[in-house]
Write a protein that binds this ligand. Structure first.
Ligand SMILES: [Zn+2]
Length: 91
């Protein structure tokens, strides 16, 4: 299962928020409580790069992840460029 960062905008109070889910699912507005808001945009977070000290860690969310991304570390790189290279080589 992929992991998504969903972007929402509330119909009622017009405020925006983001939330991470295992699908593009509806969410409740954290500001006014309006329910069933559908994301207007979504970014896939199945792989991501995180900086930790001087290293860049490539993380991957396996198909089995459901309630949280359950990220696995694929590798550590000295620069973000190297990490991106690794990801594009993988795809
Ligand atoms: Zn709202």
């Amino acid at each position: 299962m992929a992991w998504f960062l969903n972007f929402y905008k509330c119909d009622r109070c017009k405020r925006r928020w983001t939330d991470e889910w295992s699908c593009m699912c509806d969410d409740e507005c954290p500001h006014c409580g309006r329910r069933d808001m559908t994301p207007y945009n979504s970014e896939e977070l199945t792989t991501l790069i995180e900086q930790e000290g001087n290293e860049f860690i490539v993380l991957w969310s396996p198909e089995t992840a459901e309630h949280d991304p359950d990220y696995r570390e694929l590798g550590r790189f000295p620069t973000r460029e190297k990490a991106l290279e690794f990801l594009s080589a993988d795809g």
